[in-house]
Ligand binder design. Structure first.
Ligand code: DGL
Length: 321
């Protein structure tokens, strides 16, 4: 390969956006960190709101969504993909890394790394959706980093419902609203539910709790109240942003500042007006335009090669159990 060709390729890749997706709006908590860490990058975000939540679905189904959205993003094209959803990471990160010829980064390994770095007594709690927790992906990721750390996991699916319901109400910056609403309106109900989920983790003596769902950083104040201030809460967003920066740096593909840098592009399979209204509050930045992507557009995208890879993976999973 000639030097000129390589230089042209690097230049081409450098100017492409980063692609990022989630089952809905929760991934915007990751995008927020990404945009702050890498302000010159152009970013394309797809929120699959029409099929949210992913948490209670079969992992095989979520894996197919990962392929569809991955195919949509690579068609864009993008230079790197971030799966800003724990459930989708648990279901489809490995497959996406195998079938797409760009780096694909999930949120579980960065969250596990941050937790291992944070824990002193080597007892870590993880909360997430049923899909994420039942996959065992966090326990595996922590074990690879430090087999001496004990992981206590609890599925907290109702937390997603609380965020989704509260996202649709109240004015102003979202975390403040959620902290306030936890105090004033839903406090007894939320606290009973949160205590039910979190007391067993507290009793296990954890000193670190991973918010293993991209919706949960929005409930940080309320969760902290229940677990107490001696437990450190970990959101994988910051660590994920760092990994994206390091990956692009090592490939010499970090965007350079110019008049076309820092452009954000948003799309949703749900209602674009609602996505813009609520998304602006999660992102703490006005989202002025959102494209609508029809599900029929996504479902038709994976090629025969991608569908064959998906079937192979499901067959392997069925064999291995
Ligand atoms: N954002 C998803 C995650 O991180 C949770 C919401 C859902 O169930 O779709 O797992």
């Amino acid at each position: 390969m000639s030097v000129l060709y390589l230089e042209g390729y690097t230049e081409f890749m450098r100017n492409l956006p980063i692609g990022i997706f989630d089952s809905g709006l929760g991934g915007l908590t990751v995008m927020r960190e990404l945009a702050e860490a890498l302000p010159d990058e152009n970013i394309v975000y797809l929120g699959d709101t029409a099929r949210c939540p992913y948490g209670p679905r079969e992992l095989g189904e979520v894996r197919r969504f990962v392929l569809e959205i991955g195919a949509w993003l690579t068609k864009h094209p993008v230079k790197l993909m971030v799966i800003a959803c724990n459930t989708a990471t648990a279901a489809g990160l490995g497959l996406a890394q195998r079938v797409f010829d760009i780096p694909v980064i999930g949120v579980i390994e960065p969250g596990a790394r941050a937790a291992v770095r944070s824990t002193v007594n080597r007892s870590v709690g993880v909360i997430g959706t049923v899909g994420t927790i039942e996959s065992g992906a966090y326990s595996r990721a922590v074990r690879v980093l430090d087999a001496g750390v004990t992981v206590f996991s609890v599925a907290t699916p109702k937390f997603v419902d609380v965020v989704e319901a509260d996202l649709r109400m109240g004015p102003g910056a979202l975390e403040e609203w959620l902290a306030e609403s936890a105090e004033v309106f839903i406090r007894p109900a939320f606290h009973d539910m949160a205590r039910g989920y979190l007391e067993p983790l507290k009793r296990s003596g954890i000193d670190t709790l991973v918010l293993g769902c991209t919706h949960f950083p929005l409930l940080e104040a309320a969760i902290q109240q229940v677990v107490g201030k001696h437990v450190r809460l970990i959101s994988s967003a910051e660590e994920t942003a760092r990994e994206v920066a390091e990956t692009l740096q090592s490939r010499d593909q970090l965007a350079l500042p110019d008049e076309n840098s820092g452009i954000r592009h948003f799309a949703t399979t749900g209602d674009p007006v609602e996505f813009a209204r609520i998304g602006s509050r999660v992102l703490r930045q006005r989202i002025s335009s959102v494209d609508k992507v029809d599900l029929s557009e996504l479902t038709g995208l994976p090629s025969a090669r991608l569908m064959a890879a998906l079937e192979d993976e499901s067959a392997e999973e069925a064999t291995c159990g």
